[in-house]
Ligand binder design. Structure first.
Ligand code: BGC
Length: 388
């Protein structure tokens, strides 16, 4: 009987994927500037599974690292929400972004009887082999936050609108420097995240779509000349790495707050862990809240929000991990119960095997002006969490 249901699940997933992804154009996974705007229409797709199999079923949740606040929150939100919905959860963190550990943990989830896998990949392209056995066993795979590339085992993708994140960061810099009305030129340096994370195509691509006209016209100047995504990448989104690169940029371009120094007006950073390293380097170079360059971020990590309050970072992006966890648990539940899976994008995210039906949550730009409402009033943090 189980085999029959497994076959039914496989067939229905094949049909639903074909229905959702069939005619969609390929999205950019390599060229940053080509990241397309997502479709806005809501849709759904169906994955049938027998209702009686749902109760108590084991769900595998694989997270990349415990060294960054957001993934701890994602992991614990997923676990508690799934358990609340009646599932058993095998939650694993892959050390500190250790790819072989993540592969081994996923293997164990597959052999250990997980019925659905939820995976936030460290390296989006490193899971092709291990996921072949998930597919062989008809175990649906949900890519969590980061798209898993080059694997036809990926059933759904749930994330925030990553392109929007990038455009928010670019627009923030454009507006803060008043690029449409001031003469300039303004000096800027560019940082993005890990080159193995597909999201940076959208973060960096979205920001560059906004900033490129000003770079082309010479109103914005990157004195280092480092404008290619590969030159601006930060392996594993590592704070020490971004600090080192910022220190080098300061030294080689004579940036600094003094009269004998070159003025640095802005730094684009794709997230908070990278921004923290940049802030450390800028503070060490003598910048204070009174002359701090415009600096972007993402995640509203506690240290970054504290820096925003202290005037040492200009903005972040709030991605409410509770919302993402809820959406993913909804997906798991629909898959297990054979009901329609809620998706709202069927064009943007091609993982190299076709477009993956996706649900994109909405990111929100956060600054000192709205962080209280976004983060404290919503119960995401307490006042004490953000105390200096
Ligand atoms: C996530 C970001 C996060 C980064 C580093 C990205 O894939 O979308 O929210 O800051 O990884 O962990």
């Amino acid at each position: 009987m189980k085999k029959f249901f497994a076959a039914l699940l496989a067939l229905s997933m094949t049909l639903s994927l074909a229905a959702c992804g069939g005619s969609a154009p390929a999205a950019s996974s390599s060229a940053a500037s080509a990241a397309p705007a997502p479709a806005s229409s809501a849709a759904s797709s169906e994955a049938a599974a027998p209702a009686d199999d749902a109760a108590g079923s084991k769900v595998g949740v694989s997270m990349p690292t415990q060294s960054l606040q957001r993934w701890n929150q994602d992991g614990s939100n997923m676990k508690s929400t799934l358990e609340g919905a009646g599932y058993t959860v095998d939650l694993q963190y892959a050390g500190d972004n250790d790819i072989p550990t993540q592969v081994a943990q996923i293997e164990n989830m597959i052999t250990g009887g997980c019925k659905v896998l939820v995976i936030a990949a460290i390296d989006g392209s490193a899971l092709t082999e291990v996921l072949k056995s998930a597919k062989d066993k008809n175990i649906p795979v949900i890519a969590y936050d980061r798209l898993i590339m080059n694997s036809d085992a990926v059933t759904y993708y749930a994330t925030f609108d990553n392109y929007k994140v990038g455009t928010f960061q670019g627009e923030f810099i454009r507006d803060a420097l008043k690029l449409d009305t001031e003469a300039g030129p303004f000096n800027i340096e560019l940082f993005t995240g890990s080159p193995d994370d597909n999201n940076i195509n959208f973060f960096f691509g979205g920001a560059m779509d906004v900033l490129k006209p000003y770079l082309d016209s010479g109103k914005l100047v990157v004195k280092s000349g480092q404008t290619e995504k590969a030159q601006c990448a930060t392996l594993n989104w590592n704070t020490e790495e971004s600090q080192k690169r910022m220190e080098n940029l300061i030294a080689s371009n004579n940036y600094g707050p003094g009269a004998d120094k070159t003025k640095l007006d802005a730094v684009l950073s794709s997230n908070d862990s990278v921004a923290n390293g940049i802030t450390n380097a800028l503070v060490a170079a003598g910048y204070t809240k009174d002359n701090f360059p415009i600096l972007t971020g993402q995640d509203c990590d506690k240290p970054a929000v504290k820096n925003m309050i202290a005037g040492l970072q200009s903005m972040s992006i709030f991605k409410d991990t509770r919302t993402l966890a809820d959406k993913v648990v909804g997906m798991v539940d629909s898959i297990m119960k054979g009901t329609e899976v809620e998706i709202n994008d069927t064009t943007t995210y091609d993982n190299g095997t076709g477009v993956i039906p996706s649900f994109l949550c909405d990111p929100v730009a956060a600054t000192v002006d709205n962080y209280k409402e976004l983060l404290i009033d919503s119960g995401y943090y307490t006042e004490a969490d953000l105390a200096a």
